[in-house]
Design a protein around this ligand. Structure first.
Ligand code: UDP
Length: 244
């Protein structure tokens, strides 16, 4: 965990309390230029609950340099405990900013994860949006996490940024399993973001986001997620109980 950063701890998970702009301008861009390795976890209430229920996952995410508050539930919880986080930093927005920055600064990106057809569509879209982006490599996400070959092939390309879209906890496990073997690189788990760029999954319209209802939109579009949404309610319930 980065020492100089102010944190807000929610259910034993220390969240980086910076705006997206502060995080990028004061930390991430400098680290990329110094070739300093960086591990970013974007955490929502489901991830906090996962960490609560699984000690190994908890210690794994605690090794991140930055745990970013990705989820309205986290920001709401910070207000309930009277230690408000400055703003929500959606992992998706952070990733798209970083891709744009990589294109400007001639840094290379590796994209690991999602189904092959989703990945192909996503890469086409990325090439349209960022014609000068150096794509170090791509690989779909349906492989055995223990398969060293994948990590070796990523390593060979010496990427500056590695976006890992395997869903949690697999993406964080994969990153930490091989992190020490890399000499440089920013590593970030990005969940279903490749599916969003590929146009397979729509992000909630702005009005839903504005009224903090992105979770409800996802539930309507992907009802099989109901168990995960229940975790969000359990999270809020626990926050309120702890406060009292
Ligand atoms: N995925 C993968 N390999 C797997 C399981 C999932 O690459 O073994 C991908 C999946 O195709 C999707 C992403 O991981 O692109 C996870 O998406 P999900 O919406 O579950 O993640 P969230 O955004 O909720 O963390």
């Amino acid at each position: 965990m980065s020492e100089q950063v102010n944190h807000v701890t929610i259910m034993d998970v220390p969240f980086t309390n910076l705006t997206q702009k502060e995080l990028l301008d004061q930390h991430i861009y400098n680290r990329l230029h110094r070739l300093e390795k960086t591990f970013i976890v974007t955490a929502n209430p489901e991830i906090v609950m996962m960490a609560k229920e699984n000690n190994r996952f908890h210690s794994l995410i605690n090794r991140a340099d930055y745990i970013i508050p990705d989820g309205t539930g986290i920001v709401m919880a910070s207000k309930v405990i009277r230690n408000p986080i400055k703003e929500r930093v959606p992992g998706f927005d952070l990733m798209t900013h970083l891709i744009g920055y990589a294109e400007d600064q001639d840094l290379s990106c590796f994209f690991l994860g999602a189904k092959q057809e989703v990945l192909d569509k996503m890469i086409d879209r990325i090439k349209d949006l960022h014609p000068y982006l150096k794509i170090a490599g791509v690989h779909h996400g349906y492989f055995d996490l223990e398969d060293r070959e994948i990590a070796e092939s990523v390593k060979k390309t010496k990427p500056d940024l590695v976006f890992v879209a395997l869903g949690s906890p697999a993406q964080e496990k994969w990153i930490m399993k091989y992190y020490e073997e890399f000499n440089k690189g920013l590593f970030m788990g990005v969940g279903g973001s490749f599916d969003v760029i590929a146009g397979e999954v729509k992000r909630a319209p702005a009005i839903w986001i504005k009224f903090h209802l992105e979770w409800l939109y996802r539930l309507i579009k992907q009802p099989f997620r109901w168990k995960r949404i229940l975790k969000v309610f359990e999270f809020m319930f626990r926050i309120i109980i702890r406060k009292h």
